[in-house]
Every structure is written in structure tokens, then in C-alpha cells.
Design a protein around this ligand. Sequence first.
Ligand SMILES: CC(C)(COP(=O)(O)OP(=O)(O)OC[C@H]1O[C@@H](n2cnc3c(N)ncnc32)[C@H](O)[C@@H]1OP(=O)(O)O)[C@@H](O)C(=O)NCCC(=O)NCCS
Length: 161
Amino acid sequence: MVIRPVRPDEYETAGALVASAYRELLQDALDDGYADHIRNVRWRAERSDVYVAASDERLLGCVTYVADISSPLAEGLLAGEAEIRMLAVDPDSQGLGVGRALAAHCIELARQQGAVAVFLHSTAEMQIARHIYQSLGFVRTPQRDDEPDPGVLLLGFRLEF
Ligand SMILES: CC(C)(COP(=O)(O)OP(=O)(O)OC[C@H]1O[C@@H](n2cnc3c(N)ncnc32)[C@H](O)[C@@H]1OP(=O)(O)O)[C@@H](O)C(=O)NCCC(=O)NCCS
């Protein structure tokens, strides 16, 4: 498996992968508007860094790395922090270490660029992601939780270097 930047000819496939991972988790709670948003890898890749995990050209997972607060994708970031967003692994390839490897890749990028910390939002449903983040050293930052829409609670997690 390699982790590398997504190519433009993979935007559709990577987007479908992210949507299918979120659909599997959220099922009927994933509304069409949000599904379209998370499928839109092109939009994210043109404004931040999108990485894929691939094996023999088959995409296994995808993650968006936000380098700093200046990105339009920065969500609740503070100066000096980088961010992980939209981590997703193809449901057929889950449980093999792909998600952990993608998250670790982003942490390494942040470390190399001299970030003071990595921040991210997750949700209560995302138990597996939470396990990965906490085992990589992220701690809950409840003071940075957010509720962008009524009933949608985003939980803050932060890894300080
Ligand atoms: C979260 C996600 C990316 C993880 O990808 P993955 O490739 O399956 O994850 P990994 O195989 O690297 O790691 C899974 C870990 O979770 C553990 N795990 C598996 N099922 C679990 C469960 N039901 N509850 C808690 N932990 C669980 C595994 O034991 C493993 O931990 P370990 O490395 O300590 O042994 C994937 O499940 C996904 O796409 N989920 C839907 C989207 C999502 O929730 N994204 C997070 C956005 S914040």
C-alpha cells in the first residue's frame, strides 16, 4: 500500500469511496446534501491536500489534510494547527490498518511542516475513528466542540507536538 496525493483522474472514484464509507456508518442519517459534499474530492483537492491509500492502483482510503488556518477547509482551527478531515476507508478494506496509516501520514506531515498541533472534529457515531485518534495520542478538547446545525455535535480532538 502507498499513500500519495490523489490524482485528478481519481476525484470521482475517491469521492465515491468517501461517500460509501460515510453511508455505511451513518446510513439514513446521511442526507443527500452532505453526501454530495463529502463526495466532492475535487473541491477539497483544489483548496487543500487530499491523499489516498492505494494498492496496485486500487483506492483503499482517502483523507483531507488541511495545512493551516488560512485554508477554506479549516474548521475550528487555531493558528499553528493543522487539521485532518474526511478520513474514510472503503468498507471492503476496513480493519486492515488503512485508516490508521492515513491518519499517521497527516500527523507526520504536520510535524514536518512545524505545526504546533493537529486538530480534528469527529462525532459520537465515529467510534472506530475515535479509537484510532486516541491511540495516536489525540485528546478530547470539549471546549472546542461545535454544533453547526441543531443536533449535529462535532467533537474536538487535538494532538499537541
Ligand atoms: C474510521 C475509518 C477510517 C477506519 O478505517 P480502518 O482502515 O478500518 O481503520 P484501521 O484498520 O486502521 O483501524 C481500526 C481500529 O479500530 C479498531 N476497531 C475495529 N472495530 C472497532 C469498533 N467497533 N469499536 C472500536 N474500535 C474498533 C480496530 O481494532 C483497529 O484498532 P487497532 O489498530 O488498535 O487494532 C473507517 O472505519 C471509516 O471509513 N469509517 C467511516 C467514516 C468515519 O468515521 N470517518 C472518521 C471521520 S472523523
